[in-house]
Design a protein. Structure first.
Length: 53
């Protein structure tokens, strides 16, 4: 079973990762992006589902 993330939670996570990524050394940026993608894999709902359109 896959749990869907709400739009607000996805935005909160993206903002937190954005701050980490900006402060990270170049060698750590790939790892941060890989973690970010792993968090979203399987939990991304299309915008039309997410907003009830």
């Amino acid at each position: 079973m896959t749990t869907k993330m709400t739009h607000a939670i996805r935005m909160e996570l993206a903002n937190a990762v954005r701050v980490r990524y900006a402060a990270a050394a170049n060698k750590d940026k790939r790892r941060i992006l890989e973690e970010f993608i792993a968090d979203f894999r399987g939990s991304w709902a299309p915008i039309s589902e997410d907003r009830g359109q």
